[in-house]
Design a protein around this ligand. Sequence first.
Ligand SMILES: NC(=O)c1ccc[n+]([C@@H]2O[C@H](COP(=O)([O-])OP(=O)(O)OC[C@H]3O[C@@H](n4cnc5c(N)ncnc54)[C@H](O)[C@@H]3O)[C@@H](O)[C@H]2O)c1
Length: 398
Amino acid sequence: MFAIGLIKEGKTPNDNRVALTPSQCKWLQQHIPACTIKVQHSDTRCFTDNEYKQAGIELTDDLSACDILLGIKEVPIDMLIESKTYLFFSHTKKKQPYNKKLMHALVDKNITLIDYECLEHEDGQRIIGFGFFAGVVGAHNGVMAYGNRTGAFELGRVYKHKDYRELIHTYFGLRLPNIKIAVTGSGRVAHGILEIMNLMGVTEVEPDEYLERKFSYPVYVQLKGHDLYTHKELKTYKREHFHENPQQYRSRFLPFTRCTDILMNGIYWDVNYPRLFEKEDIDESFTIQTIADITDDMNGSIPVNLGDQTIEEPVYGINKKTFQKTEPYIHDSIDVMAVGNLPNELPRDASRYFGEQLLKYVLPDLLGKGSDIITRATILNKGKLTEAFMYMEDYARH
Ligand SMILES: NC(=O)c1ccc[n+]([C@@H]2O[C@H](COP(=O)([O-])OP(=O)(O)OC[C@H]3O[C@@H](n4cnc5c(N)ncnc54)[C@H](O)[C@@H]3O)[C@@H](O)[C@H]2O)c1
């Protein structure tokens, strides 16, 4: 018998998401008879203890009999059980200083750590994540913020709805003005944004039309790598070359800052990548009024991202001259929506989607003979760094 435990999230503030929903647990127990699931009591999880009970899943406080423990966010050190196999987002692979102590504890307790973020197909595409619902919520919030600024329409808050289905019912009858929306990126986040664009009845147009034409209806353009970056000398874009040498490229986004009303940013970014634009580009010709920075790196691809807001208050203003933070929706400011845990506004749907990927691509191998995907995502094996993660030796040692 193989026992999987769903741990209670311990990080503060509490995350309400979970790796497997009650019906996914039930399905797993029915289809893999050698597997049982235990769920640790929690009163903050988006599915209640009672929902798991109704699905026939055992609830307990003690998961010490489980072989594999599934969480979402970093597990607090005092909640780690020795010698277990854990799956969660550890945020350690970039040697993040704030999780160094957690890494030391994982080593000391002989834990096997498989990090969701490192589960990748052979070509480097991530297998599981919450990006799609970050895109959904971020796009909604971006359009909502534009409505709040202009008074042209009103949209409510996502988290006040039970789930996604209920949310999209509220779009019935929504009529957006003739705005132009630029969507950047081509991954999960971008797909979530596009879903909302289509549900809100925004029409997709090509980049050249978007730049040159006026439309009598709302439009969006999706800008992918080759629309956003060009090699500084060769004036070309090759995806793999760009990923390996981003410093050799510059942004091509500037013309879009001169005709866009809302920017929905969903790209992948790191410090070596060019920003979409610079602060100095914010002049009289800069038309963007609302930025939904779903990518959300402080002072990153969006130079006026001054850090995170909360789910309750997701938007702040940036003064166009001083670049200081202001109240949202005021004259002479651009509104920025920047929240680091957007999927928590739709936790039930986000968890269901996450669990589906886990069931399809990870758990069968994890419960069976293992796979290259799992090996590549194993940072620690019984407290020891695996070969691919030896670059973390100085970080893991103490
Ligand atoms: N605000 C939030 O709550 C929230 C939630 C989830 C994700 N995010 C952020 O949104 C961004 C996009 O996430 P996603 O889920 O769409 O990612 P994804 O893995 O689904 O897609 C990333 C895309 O970027 C491309 N890319 C470019 N350079 C890359 C590189 N060096 N490494 C990997 N991919 C590269 C990939 O080809 C892919 O098309 C990330 O920065 C992520 O941290 C934010």
